[in-house]
Design a protein around this ligand. Structure first.
Ligand SMILES: Nc1ncnc2c1ncn2[C@@H]1O[C@H](COP(=O)(O)OP(=O)(O)OP(=O)(O)O)[C@@H](O)[C@H]1O
Ligand SMILES: [Mg+2]
Length: 259
């Protein structure tokens, strides 16, 4: 549980287009890291390389090294499906399976991984995951109702429950609150704060206050112009990035002068 991520000189391509260039970063276990930067600088693209989701698109590939607790997830013979069960992902729009019950939504990933479980074990996973996602009390009396009957914020926490049900080591979140109202956003932020006790959490956000509230470390990405690759410009403790960055572009971005 909770693994360290070491990235060394990673280039990320869509066919011939170099979208992100030369990322080297170490992300510590039991921490929250925020990826910030202007639109198109490659935050999503890079995030999706951490669980090998990037290569699902034809022609999409990477060069360089991506280690999970020292193991190269791109080494020959590594099954991307196994990687994705270790490194879970939560998307921008809550995407529960609409006709599936809340219970089955939580179990969806576990079942997809081919695990056969008894009724008791299933109930336990459902309760533990929903408790872990701060949703149990709100849904415990309606587990057989469809996931689509929940509010947006509840749906996003349901997706987080589905992610933690498979017991990943790392949780990636791509703007998980951008479709949520402020109250639901705070609920998800509280949850992120709890998740870091068990998981390595990486979150992409356009919300500077959110990055400052939830993350321990912040990585600022930027792009020199259209068609140019995005790059990691500065990576440090969140406090330093926001209060005393070393690069002018970082300071301009966090103070709202561009992006
Ligand atoms: N499927 C794709 N095929 C080709 N190029 C892509 C694809 N997805 C993204 N790109 C390009 O890769 C670059 C990085 O895009 P990406 O979506 O990673 O940016 P981002 O930082 O997440 O932006 P935003 O903040 O708007 O979500 C952009 O130039 C984008 O046009
Ligand atoms: Mg994005």
């Amino acid at each position: 549980m909770s693994k360290r991520i070491d990235v060394d000189d990673l280039n990320v391509y869509y066919s011939k287009f170099l979208a992100v260039e030369g990322v080297s970063i170490t992300i510590e276990p039991r921490s929250v890291t925020a990826f910030i930067g202007p639109s198109g600088c490659g935050k999503t693209t890079f995030l999706r390389t951490i669980n090998r989701m990037h290569e699902v698109l034809p022609g999409a590939h990477v060069q360089g090294k991506m280690l999970l607790d020292g193991d190269d997830i791109y080494a020959a013979g590594v099954d991307p499906v196994t990687v994705r069960s270790q490194v879970g992902m939560v998307f921008q729009r809550p995407n529960p399976f609409p006709t599936m019950s809340i219970r089955d939504n939580v179990l969806a990933g576990v079942k997809l991984n081919g695990k056969r479980l008894g009724k008791r074990a299933e109930e336990e996973i459902v309760e533990t995951s929903l408790r872990g996602a701060n949703l149990w009390n709100e849904v415990k009396d309606r587990l057989d109702k469809p996931g689509s009957g929940l509010s947006g914020g509840q749906q996003q926490r349901l997706c987080i429950a589905r992610t933690i049900a498979v017991q990943p080591d790392v949780i990636l979140m791509d703007e998980p609150c951008s479709a949520l109202d402020p109250i639901s956003t705070l609920a998800v932020e509280d949850l992120i704060n709890e998740l870091k006790e068990k998981y390595t959490v990486v979150i992409v956000t356009h919300n500077m206050q959110q990055a400052a509230r939830v993350s321990d470390k912040t990585a600022f990405f930027n792009i020199a112009g259209t068609g140019k690759p995005g790059k990691l410009i500065e990576y440090n403790d969140t406090k330093t990035i926001f209060n005393n960055p070393s690069v002018k572009a970082t300071e301009d971005y966090v103070s709202g002068r561009f992006g």
